[in-house]
Design a protein around this ligand. Structure first.
Ligand SMILES: *[C@@H]1O[C@H](CO)[C@@H](O)[C@H](O)[C@H]1NC(C)=O
Ligand SMILES: *[C@@H]1O[C@H](CO)[C@@H](O)[C@H](O)[C@H]1NC(C)=O
Length: 332
């Protein structure tokens, strides 16, 4: 969820997918006069999604989900910019499809969504999950490894972001006998500024032209994506707050916790406004047992994710589980 910041990938033609697990899935948004607005789903079908996928350089179209599945939902002050979109499926950009720009009877409950495959060009393999492992890139339909020569933190950041993972934490280790690859060693001397959207946008030696051995295969570890949930309340919009960090769910201490912080959580979960609960009602959600990940959290209320609020260093606190944050949002 917190990865939202990274998932909102803007293309030059002013179309993006928001709130999905990766840049090729989400609520469809288009830009007009510097403002991002949504698309009404009247008549929205697979042909329209095919054009969206093509325009964004994503893979095949796989679905026409409702845009309301993607959280946070469109803001109230965002407009529904187009309706009645009807593509033949061959257009290169959504803007070339037949459409009505006079939106008269659509609300955000009819926002269109799109689901495309991600064109997989980089992966981390041989680790415990998709955010840790040996770096591999695809070239001529074949996966191959990346030599450690020239590799640094900036390159690792690009990979972690491209995969929808969290921050790069381990970046320059080479693989050992058990974790090294086989087959081609595609890249060497990869040099990224850290701002690139894809590893393939970084400069490098020629594909397959290097003197590296598999002992120099690059291994990268990224943090797992941040996530949060409410547990013990019988609904996803009510309960004790838990956050996912380094693959482990833990609780949040209520020191300094207040309305702004609750609003950010409710918005991130796509659950509407937070509502006041008595101390007694909060206790009904039970006590956490594992780590206490966050303490002294301070949000302005405008953050898109709790991850962007200020807080003490992960795992540092002076709390016990009796102080776990528990809360309820008004379910939409
Ligand atoms: C990694 O290397 C590139 C180019 O060699 C350089 O621009 C970048 O600043 C380096 N990044 C770090 C974190 O050292
Ligand atoms: C590989 O090694 C050979 C022999 O030392 C050298 O001539 C060649 O330039 C090297 N190639 C690369 C890509 O570094």
């Amino acid at each position: 969820m917190a990865l939202l910041f990274f998932l909102i990938i803007e293309s030059s033609s002013r179309l993006r997918l928001v709130g999905g697990r990766h840049r090729c899935e989400g609520r469809v948004e288009v830009e007009r006069d510097g403002q991002w607005g949504t698309v009404c789903d009247d008549g929205w079908d697979m042909k329209d999604v095919e054009v969206v996928c093509r325009e964004l350089g994503c893979g095949a179209a796989t679905g026409t989900p409702s845009g309301t599945l993607y959280k946070p939902l469109a803001e109230k002050d965002q407009k529904v910019l187009i309706q009645g979109v009807s593509c033949s499926g061959m257009e290169s950009e959504l803007i070339h499809c037949e459409q009505e720009e006079d939106v008269f009877d659509c609300s955000h409950s009819e926002d269109a969504g799109a689901k495309c495959e991600i064109p997989e060009t980089v992966r981390l393999v041989g680790g415990p999950d998709h955010c840790k492992g040996r770096v591999e890139v695809k070239h001529q339909q074949q996966w191959g490894t990346v030599c450690k020569a020239g590799w640094n933190l900036s390159a690792a950041k690009v990979v972690c972001r491209q995969l929808g993972c969290g921050r790069a934490i381990l970046t320059q280790r080479s693989c050992n006998k058990d974790t090294q690859g086989q087959g081609p060693i595609w890249l060497s001397e990869v040099s990224c500024s850290g701002q690139e959207g894809n590893l393939q946008d970084c400069s490098s030696g020629l594909w397959g032209k290097n003197n590296c051995t598999h002992d120099e295969d690059t291994w990268v570890e990224c943090e797992d994506p941040f996530d949060l949930r409410l547990v013990g309340g019988g609904s996803r919009c009510s309960g004790r707050l838990e956050v996912l960090h380094k693959g482990e769910w833990g609780s949040v201490c209520d020191d300094g916790w207040g309305e702004n912080e609750e609003q950010v959580v409710c918005k991130q979960l796509g659950c509407g406004e937070s509502i006041f609960l008595s101390a007694k009602a909060r206790r009904n959600f039970g006590l956490g047992a594992g780590r206490i990940w966050l303490d002294d959290v301070h949000c302005s209320g405008k953050e898109q994710s709790l991850e962007h609020c200020r807080h003490r260093f992960w795992g540092y606190h002076n709390c016990n589980h009796k102080e776990d944050v528990a809360m309820t949002c008004l379910e939409l």
